[in-house]
Design a protein around this ligand. Structure first.
Ligand code: 8X3
Length: 257
């Protein structure tokens, strides 16, 4: 295992779920954290908890990844030493609705495409040139099983995650012959606010997604993300599909656990 102590790690969507768990896991390894999210108060709470437990430096960014101008100016004006980013975890993402495409809400589509695809691109486009110039870096994209298999009602969400998968693949080729690594960690069902967001606060419907199964936890994924980041420099974990033992495919979930 390679030390990432004091390496600068950017995590988007760091205020909850997998992003917040990644923040804690990287803090445990002594990394310096740039935590980005839309919700400043939640972000501050995550940072306060981390700082109370680990002696690490944090820098908070109130940033909606889908807002191109904000992403560009915020990341271009990172102060020293925060502007020398070593690791970027592209975690910010969301799903909205599970309607059939023919009945879909176009606003929901825009939000998913703007965040999951365009947002990831804006952040990556802002930070990757510095990595290339310094000849050092690692991009870790949080994909999804949805990028491997579509499922009924998943249409646009699945398309955004398939796009993330294609971008990880393409990026690796664009970074050919550089030491910069690209990893894609693609979870199945993880118990987070994901379904609450998807169903716009319909708690009962959200609960059903995890009912009767032992879902993955954000911590499970965070440990894997940090595992990717701490491999020796000759090792790139290119793509990992991570499912709960209770999940056999996007739609096959054992609910008798
Ligand atoms: C989240 C996994 O199966 O709910 O990306 O789409 S799934």
């Amino acid at each position: 295992m390679v030390s990432i102590k004091e390496q600068i790690v950017v995590i988007t969507g760091a205020s909850s779920g997998i992003g917040a768990a990644c923040a804690k896991q990287f803090a445990q390894e002594g990394a310096s954290l740039i935590l980005a999210a839309r919700r400043k108060e939640k972000l501050e709470a995550v940072a306060a908890e981390i700082k109370a437990t680990y002696k690490v430096k944090t820098h908070l960014l109130e940033m909606d990844v889908s807002d191109r101008a904000t992403v560009e100016t915020t990341l271009a004006s990172l102060p020293e030493p925060w502007n020398k980013v070593d690791i970027l975890v592209n975690n910010a993402g969301l799903s909205r609705g599970m309607d059939k495409l023919q009945e879909g809400d176009i606003q929901n589509w825009e939000e998913m495409i703007d965040t999951n695809v365009k947002g990831l691109l804006y952040v990556t486009r802002s930070l990757l040139p510095g990595m290339v110039a310094r000849n050092q870096g690692h991009i870790i994209n949080i994909g999804s099983i949805a990028g491997h298999q579509a499922y009924p009602g998943g249409n646009v969400y699945c398309a955004t995650k398939a796009a993330v998968r294609a971008l990880s693949e393409g990026l690796k080729m664009d970074l050919f012959a550089t030491p910069i690594r690209v990893s894609s960690v693609d979870p199945g069902t993880v118990e987070t606010d994901f379904s609450k967001v998807r169903f716009r606060g319909d708690i009962e419907r959200a609960k059903k997604v995890y009912e009767g199964m032992n879902a993955l936890t954000p911590q499970d994924i965070a440990e894997i993300v940090v595992f990717c980041a701490t491999r020796p420099s000759n090792v790139n974990i290119s793509e990992l599909l991570v499912l709960a033992t209770d999940q056999s495919s996007a739609t096959m979930v054992n609910r008798s656990s």
